[in-house]
Design a protein around this ligand. Structure first.
Ligand SMILES: NC(=O)c1ccc[n+]([C@@H]2O[C@H](COP(=O)([O-])OP(=O)(O)OC[C@H]3O[C@@H](n4cnc5c(N)ncnc54)[C@H](OP(=O)(O)O)[C@@H]3O)[C@@H](O)[C@H]2O)c1
Length: 280
């Protein structure tokens, strides 16, 4: 990439926002690739989101990421929403177009699939049944990504069954809702298990799921990244399953955002991973 003749600016809008690892990730890339730029945490309340997004262009921002609680609300604010983000129902990245209008996109599903391929390059979504636990925002991105990668059967389990049923109806395709009480038995014959709930996150309860029926060959992934190894992943590792934590999803979703803003696809280097791991 030719060195740009302007200072590059992006940021992340959230409330709260100071916990976000995104500034560390993007500022690492500015330094690594010798680019003059900065990425800022922007503490924006829900009622200030529209005004803050409209201020991106006049302030010279290339765009921003969105985190809690803005991902869904932004869909109604930006000028264009790409089809993938529309299906997920949430935007995690806004790009300021040359004319100052705003494009919304969602790179969480890309980040998720990349994190799995990083750990298991031979992984295929159509290798066998996939069990996904959770029906919130993270689960929506994972489900769309798995379906788009050719998953043939996704057993969707959620504590509040109506949400799993509604998602299965909305997304259709390979997604089959399974009752919460059936969750342990639903692991039989699975090629992959994904925790897309907040259970196992620091400060939350462990995911209440017995792994006895899960084949030892199954891949177990958790989108939670604090702690690095959730109790679910520790239990899976102890019984011989391959595991992938949520850090790769976080790191990899940032790559296409940086590319959309600044014209180059950055790499998740071991140094970057270690730097972010050190903050967890
Ligand atoms: N690695 C990444 O890049 C990445 C990206 C996105 C999210 N995440 C992480 O993923 C987790 C979920 O985020 P989210 O945005 O999807 O949250 P969310 O929209 O609030 O959804 C929370 C999910 O957890 C379930 N849940 C909550 N308490 C539960 C309990 N006691 N027992 C069983 N299920 C329970 C909810 O079930 P109900 O429907 O029954 O309430 C729902 O399915 C968070 O830890 C977040 O940090 C990571």
């Amino acid at each position: 990439m030719a060195k740009p003749d302007r200072f590059l600016i992006a940021g992340v809008m959230g409330w709260p926002v100071l916990h976000s690892r995104s500034p560390k990730i993007h500022n690492y890339w500015f330094a690594r690739y010798g680019l003059a730029g900065t990425y800022l945490p922007l503490a924006i309340r829900a009622d200030g989101l529209a005004a803050a997004l409209r201020a991106l262009a006049p302030l010279g921002f290339a765009g921003c990421n969105l985190t809690i609680p803005h991902k869904e609300a932004a869909v109604a604010i930006v000028d264009r929403v790409d089809p993938l983000a529309r299906r997920i129902g949430a935007i995690n990245c806004v790009v300021v177009a040359p004319d100052g209008t705003l494009d919304g996109r969602n790179d969480d599903g890309f980040g998720y699939v990349e994190s799995i391929l990083e750990a298991q390059p031979e992984w295929r979504a159509d290798a066998g049944p996939i069990v996904v636990v959770g029906a919130g925002g993270g689960a929506r991105a994972v489900l769309v990504a798995l379906a788009d990668r050719g998953a043939r059967e996704i057993r969707l389990i959620n504590r509040t069954p109506g949400r799993a049923q509604a998602l299965a109806k909305e997304f259709g395709g390979p997604i089959r809702p399974i009752a919460w009480d059936e969750r342990h038995a639903a692991l039989a014959g699975a090629a992959m298990l994904v925790n897309a709930t907040n259970q196992g996150m620091a400060g939350e309860l462990d995911l209440d799921l017995a792994l006895d029926r899960l084949p030892a060959t199954a891949l177990v992934s958790d989108i939670v990244y604090i702690p690095r190894e959730t109790p679910l992943l520790a239990a899976a590792r102890r019984r011989g399953n391959r595991t992938v934590n949520g850090l790769g999803m976080l790191l990899n979703q940032a790559r296409p955002a940086f590319a959309a803003w600044f014209g180059m696809m950055p790499e998740v280097t071991p140094e970057l991973r270690a730097m972010i791991e050190a903050t967890i």
